[in-house]
Design a protein around this ligand. Structure first.
Ligand code: FE2
Length: 180
């Protein structure tokens, strides 16, 4: 499967957003694959990790993200499920779930209800090892083209603390399993 071709086809009319998606996806894929290398004993699916890391933010195109030069009609928080729909249309059902489940460290039914998020009420939490690795690696990179450096765990934890101690704990658990 040629991920770049898929992204280029979908983002053809917005070249600056195309560059953002490809650059961000590449950073996340590199980090995720380096984690997979350390977890060889768990036999992670490297090819799937690469592909889903490249595609995980594809739903951004239809969201309102002016800072990224994207002016879709949907709230930013929907980029996960929008990406799921887009990849399901391409029959990429397994990759689609990475889109849905990568927001923060995963959204639970309680998160969606308590924060009154405009999302269907269901758990959207990384379940399989590969989904967890991509979600974790994603937290290290901003999508901003002016800030492509890898974030420190401290920066990530400070941000997650805004969403509750359980999010911090989950990231710390992943960090001990996957490495910093
Ligand atoms: Fe991302």
């Amino acid at each position: 499967m040629d991920c770049l071709k898929i992204i280029e086809k979908i983002y053809a009319a917005n070249t600056s957003a195309l560059a953002i998606i490809v650059n961000h996806g590449t950073c996340v894929a590199q980090k995720a694959l380096s984690i997979a290398d350390r977890l060889e004993h768990l036999n992670p699916d490297r090819n799937f990790i690469y592909e889903s890391a490249m595609l995980h933010d594809i739903g951004l195109l239809h969201t309102h993200a002016p800072a990224l030069g994207i002016s879709g009609k949907h709230p930013y928080i929907l980029h996960g499920i929008l990406g799921r729909f887009m990849l399901e249309n391409l029959k990429l059902y397994r990759h689609a779930m990475v889109c849905e489940r990568h927001i923060g460290v995963g959204l639970t039914i309680e998160d969606i209800k308590e924060q009154k998020l405009p999302l269907p009420i269901r758990d959207m939490v990384p379940t399989y090892l590969e989904e967890k690795i991509v979600c974790y690696a994603d937290k290290f990179f901003s999508k901003s083209p002016s800030n492509t450096r890898e974030k420190t765990p401290q920066e990530i934890l400070e941000n997650l603390a805004c969403y509750g101690q359980n999010k911090v704990s989950k990231f710390l658990r992943w960090m001990s399993q996957f490495g910093p």
